[in-house]
Design a protein around this ligand. Structure first.
Ligand SMILES: Nc1nc2c(c(=O)[nH]1)N[C@H]1C(S)=C(S)[C@@H](COP(=O)(O)OP(=O)(O)OC[C@H]3O[C@@H](n4cnc5c(=O)[nH]c(N)nc54)[C@H](O)[C@@H]3O)O[C@H]1N2
Ligand SMILES: Nc1nc2c(c(=O)[nH]1)N[C@H]1C(S)=C(S)[C@@H](COP(=O)(O)OP(=O)(O)OC[C@H]3O[C@@H](n4cnc5c(=O)[nH]c(N)nc54)[C@H](O)[C@@H]3O)O[C@H]1N2
Ligand code: SF4
Ligand SMILES: [Mo]
Length: 672
C-alpha cells in the first residue's frame, strides 16, 4: 500500500490533512493525516467519502455536449474547438465581457484561481464578485479591524475564560474545533451559545440565548448599553487603540436600553445583562462567530455590532479573547497568478444578484453569450432558483466544469469533466480558521478522460492563442512558485519546502491584533469607519430590522409567520453529497411545539413550506428548545431530485459587502 499525503478540498473551516491509500494505482481509502497540527488524523464523514465521489458510478468521465436535449460524448479537441469558437465570436461581436464566469469554492485549491488567469488573458470577462457565503461579515471586519483574523485555536483552548459560540454550528461544520472547546471546558471555561436553533453544544453550555433570527445586532447593543451604564468599558482600549468610540456610545445611549433589546430580540433582559457582565468582567471572553447571523439584509452591521461589543469590553488583541470569524492571512501573490493586469475589459456582477443582472443585459449591446460555471452548483445554491434558471436559460452557451450532472450540470450546453483532489497536485488552505496550508500530492492518475481544471483551461487557451502566456505544458510547480513568492520572501516558504514538510503555517500568531496595529486606514480599531461612510453605509454600526421581520413588515409576517433557517447539512457539504450518501427523499422540516399547534401539523406529516417566491415539500419533525417561531431545514438539496430549497429564499443583498440574505426569509406551513 502506498500512502500519499494530500488535503481535503471541501469548502470547510477545517482544511484537514489527509493520507490517500493507493494499491496498484487504485485508490482504496483516505484517512486523516496524524501529522497535521490541527486536524491530527481525523476526518469527518464527508472527507472519508471523497473516495466515493472519486469512484462514483455517476461521475462524468468524458466531455459532453448537449445536442437536441440529449448528452453526446465528444473529444476534448472538439470541446476546445467549439467552445473557443463561441468565445471568439462573442468577443468579436460584443467584447470580452460577453463571456461570464460564475465560480465558488467547490475546491479550495490554490491553483483553482487560474480560472481568473484564463479569463484575464482572454482580454477580460464578466466576473461574479461578492460571496453568498460570508461576504457581509468579511466587509464588516474589514471596516473594524482591516481584515478578518483569528487567534490560533491553542490560545482559545488554553486562555479563554468564557467562549461565546455565536451562530456557529461547531460540531457539524467545524468539527476539529471540538477538541479545543473540550479542552477549554475541562479547564472550567464557561460556554455560552447564541443561536435560535439547538446545536450539539447546547447541553454543554451554561446558557443559550435564542435571539429572533436576524436580531443579534440588537442583542449586542443591549449589552453595549449595559456595559456603558455599569462602567464596564475598557477605557484604555477605546481611547488608545480605537477611534470613534464616543460616536458609537452616543448612539447606544440615545437609542438603546436593555429592555428595548429584550423586546426586539425576544431574549430575556436579565440574560442580556448577565452576558454583558461576562464580557465586561475583565476575564477573557472569546467570541466564535459563525456565518449564520450575517446571511440577512442587516448581516454586515450585525457582525460590526458584535465586534464593537468585544472591542469595548477589552476582548480584542488579548489572549483568550478575540472575535473569530475568518483568518485572511495567506498572502499569496494572487495578482501575478491571476494575471490581473492583462485584461482590458471587465464587468462585475455580484453572485447574489447575478440572475437579475444577466436578465437586464440580454437585450442590450452588452449581453452575456457564454457563461462558465466552475466549482459551483448555482442552480441549487443561489437564492430564488426560478430567477437563476431563467437567467441561465437566456444565455446562448453554458459551460460547466464539474464532476457530476447536478442541477447546474443538467442545464449546460457543454459539460467538461474535471479531476478530483486525488488526481491533482495543488496547495490547500483555508481563510476561515487555522493558519496551515497543506501540499496536495497526486495520488492516482485521472479517471477516464477527466482533466484538472488548469489543463481544461490550458486546452482552451491553446485554441484561443494565448497558451504561452497562460503557461504551457506541466506548469503546476511554476504557478505554485509564482503564488508563493511573498511567503518565500517573508517566511522562507518555498514550494519544495512545503512539499517536503507537508504542512506549514502561513503566519504563526497566537493572538490576533496583539500589537494593536490594525489594518484599517487609521491603524486603530474603528468604531467609526470613514471607509464605510464613503461606501454609503453608516460609519458606526447600527441596528436595522432584517427585511423579512414581523417588526419591519407586519403584513408579510401575517401571511408568512415563521422564520426559515436553511442551515448547512450535517452529512453533506452544501450540495456535494446528496447523490453520494443515502438521504431521505424529502427534507426534514424541524418545527417547535408552538408551530405544530398553530398549524395543526404532527410528527411525520408531509408539509408544504411556502412563501410568495416558491414552495417545497418536507416531513415534519417536532423539536424542543429552539426559537419558537423558527423552522430548520438543511440546505444542499438537488432540484432534479425533487427539492429546490432555494426557491424559497430571496436574492436580496446584505447591507455591507455583497453577501447573501438567504436566512432573511419568512415562510408559512400547511399540511400537504
Ligand atoms: N457538515 C458541513 N460542514 C460545513 C458545510 C456543510 O455544508 N456541511 N459548509 C461549509 C461552509 S460553505 C460554510 S460557509 C460553513 C458554515 O458554518 P456555520 O456558520 O457554522 O454554519 P451555518 O449553517 O451557516 O449556520 C451556523 C449557525 O447559525 C445559526 N443562525 C442562523 N441565523 C442566526 C441568527 O440570526 N443569529 C444567530 N445567533 N445564529 C443564527 C444557525 O442556527 C446555525 O446553528 O460550514 C462549512 N462546513
Ligand atoms: N439556502 C441556502 N443556500 C445556501 C447556503 C445556505 O446556508 N442556505 N449556503 C451558501 C454557502 S455558505 C455557500 S459556500 C454556497 C455554496 O455554493 P456552491 O459552491 O455552488 O455549492 P456546492 O454544493 O459546494 O458545489 C460545489 C461544486 O463544485 C464541484 N467541485 C468540487 N471540486 C471541484 C474542482 O476541483 N473543480 C471544479 N470545476 N468543480 C469542483 C462539486 O462537484 C460541486 O458540484 O451555497 C450557499 N447557498
Ligand atoms: S469536510 Fe471539513 S472536516 Fe470534513 S474532512 Fe474536509 S476539511 Fe475536514
Ligand atoms: Mo460557505
Amino acid at each position: 500500500m502506498e500512502l500519499i499525503k494530500t488535503a481535503c478540498p471541501l469548502d470547510c473551516w477545517d482544511c484537514c490533512g489527509m493520507v490517500a491509500h493507493v494499491e496498484d494505482g487504485r485508490l482504496i481509502k483516505v484517512e486523516g493525516d496524524p501529522d497535521h497540527p490541527i486536524t491530527q488524523g481525523t476526518l469527518c464523514g464527508k472527507g472519508r467519502k471523497l473516495v466515493d465521489r472519486y469512484h462514483h458510478a455517476e461521475r462524468v468521465l468524458e466531455p459532453l455536449k448537449k445536442v437536441d436535449g440529449e448528452w453526446q460524448p465528444i473529444s476534448w479537441e472538439q470541446a476546445f474547438r467549439e467552445i473557443a469558437g463561441k468565445m471568439k465570436r462573442a468577443r468579436d461581436q460584443y467584447g470580452p465581457t460577453a463571456v461570464m464566469h460564475h465560480y465558488d469554492y467547490g475546491s479550495s485549491g490554490l491553483l483553482k484561481v487560474l480560472e481568473q488567469r484564463f479569463f484575464n488573458l482572454f482580454g477580460g470577462f464578466t466576473d461574479t464578485v461578492g460571496s453568498i457565503c460570508w461576504g457581509a461579515g468579511l466587509e464588516a471586519q474589514k471596516y473594524d479591524f482591516g481584515y478578518a483574523k483569528s487567534h490560533h485555536p491553542d490560545d482559545l483552548a488554553a486562555h479563554a475564560d468564557r467562549i461565546v459560540v455565536w451562530g456557529r454550528n461547531v460540531s457539524v461544520t467545524n468539527m476539529h474545533m471540538m477538541p479545543y472547546l473540550k479542552a477549554a471546558l475541562k479547564r472550567g471555561t464557561e460556554l455560552v451559545i447564541v443561536d435560535p436553533l439547538m446545536t450539539d453544544l447546547s447541553d454543554k453550555a451554561v446558557k443559550q440565548l435564542h435571539p429572533r433570527p436576524g436580531s443579534d445586532g440588537a442583542l449586542a447593543l443591549g449589552m453595549a448599553r449595559h456595559l456603558l451604564d455599569r462602567g464596564l468599558v475598557d477605557e484604555t482600549f477605546v481611547r488608545k487603540q480605537a477611534i470613534g468610540f464616543a460616536a458609537f456610545a452616543e448612539y447606544v445611549q440615545r437609542e438603546w436600553t436593555v429592555e428595548r433589546a429584550a423586546e426586539v430580540t425576544g431574549v430575556d433582559a436579565d440574560d442580556i445583562r448577565w452576558l454583558a457582565e461576562g464580557y465586561g468582567s475583565g476575564q477573557a471572553t472569546a467570541t466564535l462567530l459563525g456565518l449564520g447571523m450575517q446571511r440577512y439584509a442587516n448581516g454586515g452591521n450585525t457582525i460590526r455590532l458584535i465586534d464593537a461589543l468585544a472591542a469595548m469590553s477589552g476582548n480584542v488583541g488579548r489572549s483568550g479573547g478575540g472575535v473569530h470569524y475568518g483568518n485572511q492571512i495567506h498572502k499569496f501573490d494572487y495578482p501575478a497568478l491571476m494575471a490581473s493586469d492583462k485584461r482590458n475589459a471587465y464587468r462585475a456582477f455580484t453572485k447574489i444578484t447575478e440572475a437579475d443582472e444577466i436578465l437586464a443585459v440580454q437585450e442590450t449591446e452588452e449581453p452575456v453569450q457564454v457563461l462558465f460555471v466552475t466549482r459551483a452548483n448555482p442552480i441549487a445554491q443561489l437564492p430564488e432558483t426560478g430567477k437563476t434558471l431563467r437567467a441561465y436559460e437566456a444565455v446562448d452557451c453554458v459551460v460547466v466544469i464539474d464532476m457530476f450532472l447536478h442541477d447546474t450540470g443538467m442545464i449546460a450546453d457543454y459539460f467538461l469533466p474535471c479531476t478530483t483532489v486525488f488526481e491533482e497536485e495543488d496547495i490547500m488552505y483555508t481563510s476561515m480558521w487555522h493558519p496551515y496550508m497543506t501540499y496536495v500530492n497526486r495520488a492516482v492518475e485521472p479517471r477516464g478522460n477527466t482533466k484538472p481544471d488548469w489543463a481544461i483551461l490550458q486546452g482552451l487557451a491553446r485554441e484561443l492563442g494565448f497558451v504561452e502566456e497562460f503557461g504551457a505544458g506541466d506548469h503546476v510547480h511554476r504557478w505554485m512558485e509564482i503564488a508563493l513568492k511573498p511567503l518565500e520572501e517573508q517566511f522562507g516558504i518555498t514550494r519544495e519546502k512545503l512539499q517536503e514538510t507537508g504542512v506549514l503555517a502561513a503566519e504563526e500568531q497566537p493572538v490576533a491584533w496583539a500589537d494593536y496595529r490594525f489594518a484599517t486606514p487609521s491603524g486603530k480599531y474603528e468604531f467609526y469607519s470613514e471607509q464605510a461612510e464613503e461606501d454609503g453605509a453608516s460609519p458606526i454600526p447600527v441596528y436595522e430590522e432584517p427585511m423579512e421581520s414581523p417588526l419591519r413588515d407586519r403584513k408579510r409576517a401575517e401571511r408568512f409567520p415563521y422564520h426559515l433557517l436553511t442551515i448547512h447539512p450535517r452529512r453533506s457539504l452544501n450540495s456535494q453529497y446528496y447523490h453520494v450518501v443515502k438521504m431521505p427523499e424529502r427534507p426534514v422540516v424541524e418545527i417547535s411545539p408552538l408551530i405544530a399547534r398553530e398549524t395543526g401539523l404532527a410528527e411525520g406529516d408531509l408539509a408544504r413550506v411556502y412563501n410568495d417566491r416558491g414552495e417545497i415539500l418536507g416531513s415534519i419533525k417536532i423539536v424542543d428548545g429552539q426559537h419558537a417561531r423558527t423552522i430548520k431545514i438543511e440546505e444542499g438539496w438537488w432540484g432534479i431530485k425533487g427539492t429546490m430549497l432555494n426557491a424559497l429564499t430571496s436574492n436580496r443583498r446584505s447591507d455591507l459587502g455583497i453577501g447573501s440574505a438567504q436566512y432573511d426569509c419568512l415562510v408559512n406551513l400547511a399540511k400537504a
